[in-house]
Structures are given as structure tokens and as C-alpha cells.
Design a protein around this ligand. Structure first.
Ligand SMILES: *[C@@H]1O[C@H](CO)[C@@H](O)[C@H](O)[C@H]1NC(C)=O
Ligand SMILES: *[C@@H]1O[C@H](CO)[C@@H](O)[C@H](O)[C@H]1NC(C)=O
Length: 350
């Protein structure tokens, strides 16, 4: 009896010290129920998922995977999800049986281990200004569809963005029929600050976009990249060169030097002759810079023309509106095509 109980005590003690050493590098964090449900769990961007026995196994896996900084463990299904970024966990389903832990950056006087993604330097004292910066400095995995922290303006906030590190693109907006639709009929303030969730549909916000481009203000090879897909097929991946936007007091007026077809070129719906949005201020229904009720008719915000036509493109409209105008469309080449499965706007620089 004595032997058995001392074995038990030793076992419990061992378990305790294993977990003790784990909690010294892992901090419990929050789990939020995802506001946006997407069909595909890849929108939460786990590095990998594993069936394991316990929470301890899950934490060990995270420790052994160089890119892992956070894990989520489902106590019921024993599913262990590893993430490379994030303060907290997000989950579309039930969150009751799940725990989330973030790996601390452990520092000695010389160097820190595993900086949060986007941070670099011996003490993680620096942070990238956009996704291309992360790629150039090789401080991130060179992959598509990754989350990262960036700080576009030295005195501004640190924000989390979706990056395509492979092509050096910072994603400014995304719409997809794989996720619950986010309403884009929003106020001026919401368009300035951004809305939605980077795990689904979102707009990064005019002030953030302004700050990101502001670091490279006079370059003609700054581009706005627009990607449109129908089903799984990209029907457009075009570029607008010399892309930049002005500041708040200038109503974030847009500048584009020229259209460049790029891969899978589509028609030009943004700088097409008299329909060019070049120089136009941003309009929302509560701060309309047009005299044609364009935000109201198109159901969103945009650099609308001050013309009855408003714009040849409407990618901030509704996924299925009640009129052609109010529904997402890209007029040149696609005519009435409105059924996009994917719309993406990114800032790309070479
Ligand atoms: C857009 O939002 C405004 C303010 O909430 C509302 O008055 C307007 O009807 C909305 N437009 C549509 C088409 O839902
Ligand atoms: C905003 O941009 C305009 C045009 O470039 C400039 O004249 C103005 O000084 C800027 N305002 C602020 C507050 O930076």
C-alpha cells in the first residue's frame, strides 16, 4: 500500500513538474467565438492540426515546431491546432471544451527566442512595416496566406494583417462566399478604422492603408492588386501601378498611374478613360463626395466618380444585392458577371 501511494505521489509530482515547466513558457489566453463563420477552417490559419492524447502533448508539439507560437487544444475531440501568430484563439464552433495557450518569448540578456511573428531583433525590439518588409528581412516564413503583426507608422498602432509573404503582398480587403457575408454598407468612421475579421471578410481601414503606403510614397512600382475568382478559377489578377491614397483631411483621395494587366488580365474597371477614379475622394453614405447618391446606390464605400455612373466596378457592394448596381461587379470584360466566389485587394510592391 505504502509503495503504491508513493509511486502515485511521484507520478503526480512528475505530472505537476511537467506542466509546471510548460506554464513557464506558455501563457493561457482567451478564446473567442468567431464572429464570422467560414465553411473552411483554414481561415483560422493553423500551421497544422494533430490528434493527440493530452494538452501536454499539444504543448510539446508546439515547442518542437519552430514556427509555432500558440496552440489550441480541444479537450473533447483531442484535436491540437498549432498557430504561428495571434494573441488569442478564435474558433467557429463551441468554445467550452477548448483551451488556448501562447508561447512566451523567453529572453536572456543576449537574445530572445521566438519573437511574435513580424517582430525581429535580438530582443524582438523591431517590427516590420508591411508584408514585403517581412519577406525582405526573412523574419517570416515565405508562404502565402499568413497572419502577421505590422507597424506601418512608427507612432501608430501595431495591427494584425493577412500577408502573402511569397509575393510580398499586404491584404487590404477580402470577400469570399466561403464565409458569412460582412455588411460593407458602413459609415465613414468604419471605413477609416476598418471592419470585419481577418479570419473572414474584412476591410483593413483607410487610415491603415494610408500608413502602409506612406512608407513608400513616391514609387511607381507600388501597386494595387485586385484578384477576382469565380469558383476556383481566378478570372482577374490585375495591377494598378503607382497606387497610393492621400490623408484623412484629403478624404483619402486615390492616385493610380496606370493599369497593368498582369497575370490573367481582366478589363480595366478603375482607370478606364472617363471612368477613371484617379484623384477621387472616398465616399460613404454619411460622407458622400458625389452628387448622385453613389454609396446609397452601390451599397458600400468607394472612390466613386461624381457622375451618374458612379463607378464601373463595385467590389464593396453586396454579394447579392437587389439591383445590378448594388451587387458586386467588375464591369469591363465580365459584363453582368456578379457571382464572385473571391474578391481580394492587396498592396504589392516590388
Ligand atoms: C445602408 O445603411 C444606412 C444606415 O444604416 C441605411 O439607411 C441604408 O438603408 C442602408 N442601405 C442599404 C441598401 O441597406
Ligand atoms: C494631407 O495631404 C495634403 C495633400 O498632400 C497636404 O497638403 C496636407 O498638408 C496633409 N494634411 C495633413 C494633416 O497631413
Amino acid at each position: 500500500m505504502k509503495i503504491i501511494s508513493s509511486i502515485l505521489v511521484i507520478l503526480i509530482l512528475q505530472l505537476y513538474t511537467v506542466w509546471g515547466s510548460i506554464t513557464s513558457i506558455y501563457l493561457p489566453t482567451k478564446i473567442f467565438q468567431e464572429i464570422q463563420t467560414c465553411e473552411n477552417d483554414n481561415f483560422h490559419h493553423p500551421i497544422s492540426e494533430h490528434q493527440v492524447v493530452s494538452q501536454i502533448d499539444c504543448s510539446r508539439l508546439c515547442t518542437s515546431v519552430g514556427e509555432c507560437r500558440q496552440f489550441m487544444f480541444d479537450k473533447q475531440t483531442k484535436l491540437c491546432s498549432l498557430f504561428e501568430a495571434g494573441e488569442n484563439c478564435f474558433s467557429a464552433g463551441d468554445i467550452q471544451h477548448k483551451v488556448c495557450y501562447r508561447q512566451k518569448s523567453v529572453c536572456n540578456s543576449k537574445k530572445c527566442s521566438r519573437c511574435p511573428v513580424g517582430y525581429y531583433g535580438d530582443q524582438c525590439e523591431n517590427i516590420i512595416v508591411d508584408c514585403k518588409d517581412g519577406r525582405d528581412r526573412s523574419v517570416v516564413p515565405i508562404k502565402e496566406g499568413r497572419r502577421s503583426y505590422i507597424q506601418p507608422s512608427a507612432n501608430g498602432p501595431v495591427i494584425e494583417v493577412m500577408c502573402d509573404f511569397k509575393w510580398g503582398k499586404t491584404l487590404l480587403m477580402r470577400r469570399t462566399s466561403l464565409c458569412k457575408e460582412v455588411n460593407f454598407n458602413r459609415t465613414w468612421n468604419e471605413y477609416v478604422m476598418g471592419f470585419g475579421s481577418i479570419h473572414g471578410e474584412y476591410w483593413l481601414g483607410l487610415e491603415n492603408v494610408f500608413n502602409i503606403i506612406q512608407n513608400f510614397p513616391t514609387r511607381d512600382d507600388n501597386a494595387l492588386n485586385v484578384i477576382l475568382k469565380v469558383g476556383n478559377t481566378p478570372v482577374s489578377q490585375c495591377y494598378y501601378m503607382g497606387f497610393k491614397i492621400s490623408n484623412y483631411s484629403d478624404n483619402y483621395a486615390v492616385s493610380i498611374s496606370f493599369y497593368s494587366g498582369g497575370k490573367t488580365p481582366s478589363g480595366d474597371s478603375l482607370t478606364n478613360g472617363i471612368y477613371s477614379i484617379n484623384g477621387r475622394p472616398f465616399s460613404t453614405y454619411d460622407r458622400d463626395q458625389t452628387s448622385h447618391n453613389c454609396p446609397g446606390r452601390f451599397n458600400g464605400g468607394w472612390w466613386y466618380l461624381d457622375d451618374p455612373v458612379c463607378s464601373q466596378a463595385n467590389i464593396f457592394g453586396r454579394r447579392s444585392g437587389d439591383t445590378y448596381e448594388s451587387t458586386c461587379h467588375w464591369q469591363e470584360d465580365f459584363g453582368l458577371e456578379t457571382d464572385f466566389s473571391w474578391i481580394e485587394m492587396a498592396f504589392k510592391r516590388w
